[in-house]
Design a protein around this ligand. Structure first.
Ligand code: HEC
Length: 175
């Protein structure tokens, strides 16, 4: 009789412990799933905010838009090289280092440009993009404004960000 009752309570204990362990696992999974879901939710919220801020700053920036960094790939450089000729940039910008109607593209990217204001600016992606989209915004020392603008106006480059990116990639390839 005592043996029997022992057996029953043992089984009961096992059943209870099993139930508890099982419950704990399920609860753990639920908590984990919730935590992951919560983090996902948080991330997407941050992304949405980032996107909103970017589009806002794009609208507030005047004509020359920040097009973001230009990654130099052989395909983009090839496109830029074709545009350099077909858009007529080659008439004023040499690749040899010789100054023409405009400054040479050799060694331009990544260097420093001195403006007519005496200010020195880094010839980074943003500067190059602006120089092409809105040439008279900043004038290189030793040159005049109003030379490049009428020459490229008909191309409507301000509305062709992908052309500008290709041209910048090409300029960056001219070390
Ligand atoms: C009629 C001549 C002419 C043509 C064509 C021309 N540019 Fe220019 N470019 C200039 C002159 C002059 C300057 C210097 C004055 C200035 O800063 O706008 C200049 C400046 C620049 C600069 C800044 C250079 C520096 O040293 O900081 C870039 C970049 C540039 N041009 C790119 C282009 C591209 C790309 C094209 C073709 C789509 C082009 N240009 C077509 C005359 C020209």
């Amino acid at each position: 009789m005592t043996d029997d009752s022992h057996g029953t309570s043992d089984e009961l204990w096992r059943w209870l412990l099993g139930g508890l362990a099982g419950g704990a696992v399920v609860l753990g999974l639920l908590v984990a799933a919730y935590a992951i879901g919560y983090h996902r939710g948080q991330n997407s919220t941050t992304e949405t905010i980032a996107v909103t801020t970017t589009s806002r700053s794009t609208t507030t920036t005047s004509k020359p838009k920040g097009l973001g960094p230009v990654h130099v790939t052989p395909a983009l450089v090839a496109r830029g090289k074709a545009l350099y000729t077909s858009d007529g940039c080659s008439a004023c910008h040499s690749l040899s280092g010789a100054a023409g109607a405009g400054p040479t593209f050799k060694g331009l990217a990544g260097g420093t440009t001195t403006l007519t204001t005496g200010q020195s600016v880094a010839a980074d992606d943003a500067y190059l993009q602006r120089s092409i989209a809105d040439p008279d915004a900043q004038i290189v020392k030793g040159y005049r404004q109003g030379i490049m603008t009428p020459a490229v106006a008909a191309l409507g480059l301000g509305a062709k960000p992908s052309d500008i990116r290709a041209l910048v990639a090409f300029i960056k390839s001219q070390r």
